[in-house]
Design a protein around this ligand. Structure first.
Ligand code: ZN
Length: 191
């Protein structure tokens, strides 16, 4: 026998879809799944995998992930919808929310401008934010992209883009070291 049965080979190949999982780890995970998970755990696992694409989508208002029509934050009328913090990723949103000091809403760009990788403003989620600014639905934009070359470039671009509109634009994250990623910042640094 120079190969596992097809079902096991299929599972090994699936684990290799994950970042950082090579042949050896995939084989180990697949054998563990076969011998150490019980039927119920495997059903939970496969159901969770199926539902992640079926039930989760991006909030049309801000780009956060949600199971509802709008995300929890955009649905919350107690938050200030005229103050918008612009972030690169959903991970950054969770970091800020943990501090629990920000009562506006967010806008997730889903990345940052990166010329060396060919990522321009057109690849980012900017359109709905532009609409809001143009429709005068925003009093303040807090640019909280990461303090990296890409994050700074993106912040500068957005500042320029909205320069002629009646909106206050601020830059958050002073105090985070250059090259810093928001998710590594501690609570004190952020606010
Ligand atoms: Zn939302």
């Amino acid at each position: 026998m120079n190969k596992y049965p097809k079902a096991l080979e299929d599972l090994i190949n699936c684990y290799k879809y994950l970042p950082g999982v090579g042949d050896k780890s995939a084989e180990r995970y697949a054998l563990y799944t076969l011998f150490s998970l019980d039927e119920g755990e495997i059903v939970d696992f496969s159901n969770a995998l199926l539902s992640i694409k079926k039930d989760i989508h991006l909030c049309p208002n801000c780009g956060n992930i949600t199971e509802g029509e709008l995300c929890e934050i955009c649905s919350d009328q107690n938050r200030n919808h005229r103050q918008i913090m612009v972030l690169e990723s959903i991970k950054d949103l969770l970091t800020i929310e943990k501090v629990n000091e920000f009562h506006g809403i967010y806008h997730i760009l889903n990345g940052a401008i990166n010329f060396s990788k060919g990522i321009t403003i057109d690849d980012l989620n900017v359109e709905s934010l532009s609409e809001k600014v143009k429709n005068k639905e925003v009093d303040e934009l807090i640019l909280a992209t990461n303090i990296t070359l890409e994050g700074e470039t993106t912040a500068r671009y957005l500042k320029e883009l909205f320069r002629d509109y009646d909106v206050k634009i601020t830059r958050l994250a002073s105090g985070i070291p250059v090259g810093g990623d928001l998710s590594y910042a501690d609570e004190m640094t952020i606010l």
